[in-house]
Write a protein of this length. Structure first.
Length: 213
C-alpha cells in the first residue's frame, strides 16, 4: 500500500494499484510496476538458477549454523547465509550443466581464523557410532576451551546431523551417535571450531566419507 505524501491528490511512496511511487533526487517519481520479462531465460541464466537452487537447498537445512559460521565472512550488508551461498556456489559446485552436483569435500559451513584440531581421525563402530579423536599439538590460533562442532551429511537420505559444541578442544576425543537409520549409508563428516564465547570460528575442515555400521 502506498503512503500519501501531500494529501489525497499529491504524490505517494510505495505501491498503489498498478503504480509505484518512490523518492529520487528530491522528487516524487510515480510509474508503473515492473513486469516480469516475457523472454525465455538463456542457458547461462538457467545454469545460475540451478546452481543457486542446489546450494540454497543444501545449506538451508543447516541455516542456524551458517548464521554463526559465516557471520564474519560477510561483505557489505549481505547476510551470513548469502555469503555462504556465494562461496559454495563458486567453490563447491561441480559437474556439467545441467547435471551440477555438490563437491562435498569443498563445502564450507564456516569461515574464520580459528585453527582446527590437528590430525583428526575417525573410526566407525557398531550401533551407528563414529569415534573421533584429534590432537592440539602445534595449535597457535586457538584455546583449549574452543568447542568442536561436528556436521554429518547423509546424501542418500538428504539429512544432516549437527552436534554443536560437542567437546572442548582439550578433550581430544568424542563419540558421535548417529541415527540407527543411517546404518549401511555413506556419510560425509566435517568439523569446525567455535570459541567459548561464540564470537570466533574456524574454516570448516572436511574429515572424510565413511560407511556407518
Amino acid at each position: 500500500m502506498g503512503r500519501a505524501l501531500w494529501g489525497t491528490s499529491g504524490g505517494f511512496r510505495g505501491k498503489n494499484g498498478a503504480n509505484i511511487g518512490r523518492w529520487v533526487g528530491g522528487q516524487n517519481i510515480v510509474g508503473p510496476l515492473p513486469h516480469p520479462s516475457l523472454k525465455p531465460a538463456t542457458t547461462p541464466q538457467l545454469n545460475v538458477r540451478f546452481k543457486f537452487g542446489l546450494t540454497t537447498g543444501f545449506l538451508g537445512m543447516v541455516s542456524p549454523l551458517i548464521r554463526i559460521g559465516f557471520n564474519d565472512a560477510r561483505e557489505n550488508k549481505e547476510s551470513a547465509f548469502s555469503a555462504a551461498v556465494s562461496y559454495n556456489i563458486r567453490n563447491a559446485i561441480t559437474g556439467t550443466a545441467p547435471a551440477y552436483v555438490i563437491d562435498y569435500p569443498k563445502v564450507l559451513f564456516s569461515k574464520g581464523p580459528l585453527e582446527n584440531p590437528i590430525s583428526v581421525t575417525m573410526a566407525t563402530t557398531e550401533d551407528a557410532q563414529l569415534d573421533l579423536s584429534w590432537s592440539t599439538y602445534g595449535v597457535v590460533k586457538g584455546q583449549p576451551t574452543d568447542l568442536l562442532t561436528f556436521v554429518v551429511y547423509n546424501p542418500g537420505k538428504q539429512l544432516f546431523v549437527v552436534v554443536k559444541d560437542a567437546a572442548a578442544r582439550s578433550v581430544l576425543s568424542y563419540e558421535l551417535a548417529l541415527p540407527v537409520e543411517f546404518s549401511g549409508d555413506s556419510v560425509h563428516v566435517y568439523v569446525l571450531m567455535i570459541s567459548a564465547d561464540g564470537k570466533v570460528v574456524s574454516k570448516t575442515k572436511y574429515i572424510g566419507e565413511t560407511e556407518v555400521q
